[in-house]
Design a protein around this ligand. Structure first.
Ligand code: NAG
Ligand code: NAG
Ligand code: NAG
Ligand code: NAG
Ligand code: NAG
Ligand code: NAG
Length: 833
């Protein structure tokens, strides 16, 4: 679930190795068992590409024999066990087929210890095949249909493409069950699985009681798992079918990955490290006491950075003060002042209001109501007396709570905002307000330290690098990297605006002047007294920078001058307020023009304009990479970060500072963003490494979007079963490149140029950064200073991009939860909502 220790490239290498090196073993030379083979204790069958084996094994400190599927590279690691509770005490085990086609495990006394137990009684011929994903599949040899698969009966390990499920009507669940202890695979007391009622979540249960909860699935990630808010691929998906069954699955990977439910009840994600030949832990579900379900009792709030970790939510006090102070938090907290159940009126102070608690793992037992409007959630909650809190997420819609709030956690810089209903007098308190301000600031600093630690971690691992990286990880959340560290900046050089001026310019930050909401705050349109139109980005305190660093950075950016970069014209720092002032761009962002079918500009963007946009963005990028005195990696290049002036000249925005100025990010508060799915280069997405070449990758995706008029993240070609990149690759290879082009473009006179653009884009989206051209080379290719283009490699995300279509392919009607095809949801990473 996280990117800490990925070695994607090493891992793929491993695959190449294990695919072609002939393997020494006493294996039957096949991946399939048929009724004419007798399979005994010493036999194994190996999957086609030598990834998984089926055979007998003994756990550590245990002489019993078990029929199991395990990795070929690491034999002691069983991922599925047939006879968990009926071990063989000698090596007399034999696997045969019964008359009705079941696979049967018998011992020396001819007793059946385990069987696939498919109950159809008619005689038939079957065969069992071990697949490269670890699935053991039993098929009817005459019809070819699958009658049983080991993936439907998981043991303690979840593998890529395996699914845990929950049927909301029958309540049938497919779950993981731990071993009793490290040497006995018998099912233990811990289980883990999906709970799909209301808002789907993953749980760990101990004897059926919740022990850990992932927080609601929000269409992309599990919102209560902080590690998932990081630059990583959409590595999991959740969907439902027409029978009411919900599925949760890790996507196929090119490296060996598994999630194990271990005997102490924790879910642990590991990846095979080919160099050290061991498993690296990349994620654990329960990291600290706060992750344990209900640690702080009802209405308690857990924050691992506090001492003690538990406190009562504002407006609540411990039920039993003595117990609470002794660190027994089980009875939780109770409300100090009863709710009035009427709207707050300013004069008398009576009534109720809402307190915003940012960055949370929302409590359990959310009820769901689909709505894209945060205000609808508020109104609905206010109008129902039993509603005590609400939250809004662009995918989930409204969540509301009427039960006591349990398993509530505060995170640092990631998570959902919870709005808590309180009696009005609890809200007016000044100290409350201070707290609301202070917490995000502290949290922001914590987030920065986290980034520094990660950066240090990666630097430390530099010796293992496998490809060139002009390795740059900055020490804060922005992307600025100084070529010359000693460069001094003078704060006074940038025009400073007073708060009052900006407040007047934006009519006291009136919502009618709101242009968009972005990662670090809101963007308003403003009118200066001299008549100039400006865009004011009002940073929320959560941007987490100290004033000095903020000013340094702002000044650095203000020195960037290029016609294809949005110009910063000033800033404002007064007290808690930090604001950035930009030039206003009449035609807003490129994504509106490209992807909104009703947008009037659609027809305006003919090929010439599009080509100009491509070239100009390239020039802006070149300036960031090479020409400015600083080297700046944008890291989040995408259509919504490209703004268009009145002449349709593109200007890159959000370089360095933050992605706040994103044109029409009308949904939610996408703070903490560092990248966007679909635009991130594989090495950035998987390993967090970024370089100029990751920007080139994003630029390649952008080019394909401009040519096709389709959005990479929302596009899936049903007919060809291909993502946008895959489509471009396929059509271009078949010399049908023009079929890829947006229908609204009249391509008649530009066929050659368009196809050449697709070709160049494909060079940019190649898997290995070294293979991608630099932006300078790209520009030379576009301008034909370089005439002959090399052949691109197939892009790595060509096949499987779209989340809802990944899986083992046996479900029919799959549909995703939420609003997967809603407008521009920046699935941003390091970036919650
Ligand atoms: C084992 O039992 C089955 C039926 O229970 C029988 O058909 C088979 O012949 C037996 N095999 C041996 C080796 O005794
Ligand atoms: C594991 O559990 C089994 C059965 O409960 C028990 O016999 C065995 O001693 C245990 N082993 C260890 C190492 O605890
Ligand atoms: C599956 O999900 C879709 C989309 O959310 C929904 O319309 C449908 O009712 C769901 N099916 C079931 C059986 O819950
Ligand atoms: C289970 O995983 C957690 C987290 O990695 C670890 O602390 C614990 O020791 C593991 N338990 C066992 C029995 O390996
Ligand atoms: C904590 O308090 C609860 C409720 O009063 C009580 O049942 C429980 O035994 C206490 N736990 C400890 C460890 O003292
Ligand atoms: C108020 O909320 C409760 C709990 O969600 C629900 O059962 C009840 O129907 C709601 N009442 C109204 C009037 O909507």
């Amino acid at each position: 679930m996280n990117t800490k220790i990925f070695h994607l490239y090493l891992q793929s290498l491993l695959f190449v190795l294990i695919s072609f090196v002939p393997f020494l073993c006493f294996c039957l030379d096949t991946d399939t068992l048929t009724s004419n083979i007798t399979f005994r204790d010493s036999d194994t069958i190996i999957s086609g590409r030598h990834v998984f084996k089926l055979g007998f094994f003994s756990p550590p400190n245990n002489t019993n024999r078990y029929l199991a599927v395990f990795y070929n590279v690491s034999e002691e690691t069983a991922v599925w066990i047939a006879n968990r509770d009926r071990p063989l005490n000698d090596s007399s085990g034999t696997v045969t087929f019964s008359r009705n086609g079941n696979l049967v495990l018998t011992n020396g006394r001819n007793e059946t210890l385990w069987s696939t137990n498919v109950t159809d009684t008619y005689p038939r011929n079957t065969s069992a095949q071990i697949h490269d994903n670890g699935n053991l599949v039993l098929r009817d040899t005459t019809t070819g249909s699958m009658i049983w698969e080991s993936f439907a009966y998981p043991s303690h390990v979840l593998l890529p493409t395996m699914r845990i499920t929950d049927n909301i009507y029958t309540r049938h669940k497919v779950i993981l069950t731990t071993w009793i202890n490290g040497s006995d695979p018998e099912p233990g007391s811990w289980t883990s699985g999906l709970e799909a009622l209301n808002v789907p979540q993953i749980f760990i249960w101990n004897n059926g009681r919740p022990h850990w909860r992932s927080g609601p699935w929000n269409g992309m990630i599990l919102s209560g798992v902080p590690d998932m808010y990081s630059p990583y691929l959409a590595a999991f998906s959740l969907w439902n079918d027409s029978t009411g069954t919900f599925y949760y699955t890790p996507h196929e990977t090119t490296f060996l990955m598994r999630i194990t439910h271990n005997t102490t009840g924790n879910l642990v994600q590991t990846m095979w490290n080919i160099q050290q030949r061991n498993w690296d832990i990349t994620w654990v579900a329960i990291e600290n006491q706060c992750d344990v379900y209900q640690t702080c009792g009802p209405f308690g709030s857990c924050n691992i950075r506090d001492t003690p970790i538990c406190s009562c939510i504002r407006g609540f006090e411990p039920v039993n003060t003595e117990e609470w102070e002794n660190g027994n938090w089980t009875s939780g907290c109770a409300r100090r002042r009863q709710l009035q159940c009427s709207l707050s009126s300013n004069t008398s102070g009576n009534g109720d209001g809402f307190l915003r608690l940012p960055f949370t793992k929302v409590p359990d037992f959310a009820e769901r109501f689909p709505s894209r409007e945060p205000n609808v959630c508020r109104t609905r909650c206010m109008s129902n007396c039993s509603c005590i809190a609400y939250a809004h997420d662009p995918y989930i819609g409204c969540m509301s709570w009427s039960e006591p709030l349990v398993d509530f956690q505060r995170f640092n810089g990631v998570g959902i905002d919870l709005f808590l209903r309180l009696e009005a007098s609890e809200l007016d308190n000044n100290s409350d307000r201070m707290l609301v301000i202070i917490i995000p600031v502290v949290v922001g600093f914590a987030a920065i330290s986290f980034v520094i630690i990660i950066a240090w971690f990666w630097n430390k691992r530099k010796d293992t690098k496998v490809f060139e990286t002009e390795h740059v990880i900055s020490s804060d959340s922005s992307a600025i990297v100084l070529k010359d560290e000693t460069e001094k900046v003078n704060v006074e050089e940038l025009p400073l605006f007073s708060f009052e001026t900006l407040s007047n310019a934006t009519y006291q930050f009136h919502e009618n002047y709101l242009l968009g909401k972005g990662g670090f705050g809101l963007v308003y349109k403003g009118y200066l007294e001299n008549g100039n139109v400006i865009a004011v980005k009002r940073l929320s305190a959560a941007s987490g920078q100290g004033t000095e660093e903020f000013m340094n950075e702002v000044v650095v950016i203000s020195k960037l001058q290029h016609r294809n970069l949005v110009r910063l014209i000033g800033c404002c720092v007064e007290g808690e307020e930090k604001m950035l002032i930009y030039e206003y761009m009449t035609n807003k962002s490129l994504d509106g023009c490209l992807f909104d079918p009703n947008h009037p500009s659609q027809k305006i963007l003919d090929w010439k304009k599009r080509f100009n946009i491509i070239e100009s963005i390239g020039r802006g990028l070149l300036y960031l990479h090479r020409d400015s005195r600083l080297k700046i990696i944008h890291r989040d290049l995408k259509p919504s970060n490209v703004l268009l002036d009145e002449d349709w000249n593109p200007k890159i925005s959000d370089f360095g500072m933050a992605r706040i100025f994103g044109g029409n990010e009308d949904f939610g508060n996408t703070s903490r963003v560092v990248g966007t799915y679909g635009y991130m280069a594989p090495e950035y997405a998987m390993e967090g490494r970024f370089s100029e070449k990751s920007d080139v990758y994003s630029f390649g995706v952008l080019m394909l979007e401009i040519v096709s008029g389709k959005k990479n993240t929302h596009y899936y070609n049903q007919e060809l079963s291909l993502s946008l990149l895959g489509c471009a690759w396929k059509l271009w290879n078949e010399e049908n490149g023009l079929d890829f082009v947006d229908r609204t473009i009249d391509s008649s006179n530009f066929e050659e140029e368009i196809v050449r653009c697709i070709h160049i884009a494909l060079l940019c989206v190649q898997e290995f950064p070294n293979d991608r051209p630099s932006i300078q080379t790209v520009l030379s290719m576009l301008s034909r200073e370089i005439v002959d283009l090399p052949m691109p490699e197939q892009p790595v995300f060509a096949e499987k991009w779209n989340r809802s279509h990944v899986g083992t392919g046996t479900t029919q009607q799959s549909s995703q939860i939420g609003y997967p095809y809603s407008n521009d949801l920046t699935i941003t990473v390091l970036d919650g909502r």
